[in-house]
Design a protein around this ligand. Structure first.
Ligand code: MEV
Length: 340
């Protein structure tokens, strides 16, 4: 009986999984409604929710106890503490409880939290899944509604999320994503062969709010400069999509390198990221770029073979990304086996 109940608890928890992500093309530009490409990683966050009704209080802001057992790079949880609390509160505002209550949330899973991997989105999407599972009123939520709740939560991390991270966290796979004035447009991409990637963290936690806000300020100050970069990005992304579809890794790698240069021009890269990108290329990666918010956070490298993956992983570790092994960073973006 004990074994059975453990299994049932594990199954419940598994239903709340939400994935991390890596942006292959288009971070920052995606905020301004052009397409970007994102691959979900297999690592996930999950959420156990325990609910106890109380007699007093507000159903839209339950009394919360939060246990955060997610693995993370040093500093991440401390630096993101306030934003995480705000994000969780926003999800409950979007999905109010039926009655005043006390709620205990326990976040876990194997996604190592670091800037760039979509940990905040994975957290709020797993919370939305836990609410669906626990609260009868929400038991019929669709995946789109889960995603929408995740989007509300993401606003706790920054004011103008594009929605790319929560969409990857909800749906997984390789997605082409575009923010619009209304609902976002996204589609699952089919690719011929898996895209083998090694990714590594600088270990530096950045604030998405600050970096996205800074890009916005620069854009407003010099719209022509920004438009120029945006045009270059759009041309590159179009070619990138074709290269992904055709499995043309050489072109894909070259375009990743070009995307990195654009992000440097946007001033969202930094020395630590640039050093890792250079080290990955020197070790045989056929392309490398920062991924996500930048100014710390993550980079990724395109590594066509197992040998190159190993060599690049070792080089990144030597170049100062000792945490990369925590990420199980050898990762393949591949087409899902089952089609929905
Ligand atoms: C963060 O993973 C990606 C950014 O483009 C912000 C966003 O899209 O919301 C920097």
């Amino acid at each position: 009986a004990i074994a059975d109940s453990t299994t049932a608890a594990e199954e419940r928890l598994a239903e709340t999984r939400a994935f991390g992500k890596l942006i292959l093309f288009g971070e920052h530009f995606v905020v301004y409604k052009v397409p970007a490409y994102v691959g979900a990683v297999a690592a996930y966050t999950d959420c156990a929710m325990e609910l106890e009704e109380t007699t007093e209080g507000d159903a839209a802001s339950p009394e919360l106890e939060i246990v955060d057992n997610r693995p993370a790079v040093p500093d991440y949880k401390v630096k993101k503490f306030d934003e995480a609390k705000e994000a969780i509160n926003l999800v409950f505002k979007h999905l109010p409880m039926e009655k005043p209550c006390k709620i205990k949330l326990t976040f876990g899973g194997d996604l190592c939290c670091a800037s760039g991997i979509g940990a905040s989105a994975a957290q709020v999407v797993s919370l939305a899944r836990a609410i669906k599972q626990t609260v009868p009123k929400y038991s019929n939520m669709t995946e789109d509604e889960i995603n929408a709740a995740g989007y509300e939560g993401e606003k706790g991390y920054h004011g103008t999320p594009s929605g790319i991270d929560n969409t990857a966290a909800t749906f997984g796979g390789l997605l082409k994503f575009q923010r619009t004035d209304g609902e976002p447009i996204f589609e699952k991409k089919k690719i011929k062969d898996p895209i083998k990637i090694v990714y590594a963290s600088t270990g530096l936690t950045s604030s998405t709010t600050e970096v996205v806000g800074d890009v916005r300020a620069k854009k407003e100050k010099d719209p022509e400069w920004f438009d120029g970069l945006m045009k270059e990005y759009c041309a590159l992304a179009e070619k990138g999509e074709v290269a992904m579809e055709e499995g043309d890794l050489t072109t894909l790698g070259k375009l990743m390198d070009e995307n990195h240069v654009l992000l440097q021009k946007l001033t969202v890269s930094c020395k630590e990221l640039d050093d890792l990108v250079v080290a990955a290329r020197a070790a045989g990666a056929i392309g490398a770029k920062m991924s996500g918010t930048g100014r710390g956070g993550l980079m990724l490298a395109l590594t066509p073979t197992d040998e190159v993956q190993d060599a690049v992983a070792e080089a990144l570790e030597k170049a100062g990304a000792p945490q990369h092994r925590d990420f199980a960073p050898q990762f393949e973006v591949q087409q899902e086996e089952t089609e929905g």
